[in-house]
Design a protein around this ligand. Structure first.
Ligand code: TYD
Length: 135
């Protein structure tokens, strides 16, 4: 259980003899409107990526295939989250410094984001992150 507002939510299971279907709708399970979708795949072994927080972008991360871990740091708590199911969604708040790692070879990490891509919305310097969110 995460102590900050970033949290894991479970998508309800819609399955029958044909297989499974998972749904994410904006302003329902996702607490924001979706303006951008990207996915990370064919990650090289041992790679760790991310290393940033945001000013305003909220995101939802789900491994639609395979698994990976996400390290989260909101200056008060540091924790690691395992995304190992297409039903497990990490609602990631802008104030969480995050790093993704331990990607399985078949991992496809889908990311739904509240804002269009804007390099100005990234905090890539950890000291600056502490200044902005460190209280
Ligand atoms: P990068 O921020 O390095 O990925 P990560 O945070 O996972 O380590 O992004 C890789 C490249 O993709 C970089 O040149 C920026 C670009 N990019 C976009 O053009 N649009 C996007 O929505 C994202 C997420 C990245």
């Amino acid at each position: 259980m995460l102590v900050s507002s970033s949290k894991i939510v479970e998508i309800g299971e819609l399955g029958d003899e044909r297989g499974y279907l998972a749904v994410l709708e904006q302003n329902k399970l996702l607490p924001f409107e979706i303006n951008r979708v990207f996915y990370i795949y064919k990650t090289s072994p041992g790679v760790r990526r991310g290393f940033h927080a945001h000013y305003k972008t909220r995101q939802a991360l789900v491994c639609v295939s395979g698994a990976c871990k996400v390290y989260l740091d909101n200056t008060i708590r540091k924790t690691d989250v395992l995304l190992d199911s297409p039903r497990k969604v990490l609602i990631l708040e802008p104030s969480d410094w995050h790093e993704m790692y331990d990607f399985s070879p078949d991992c496809v990490l889908l990311v739904l984001a509240s804002h269009l891509y804007d390099p100005e919305d990234y905090i890539r310097d950890y000291d600056q992150f502490l200044e902005v969110y460190g209280g």
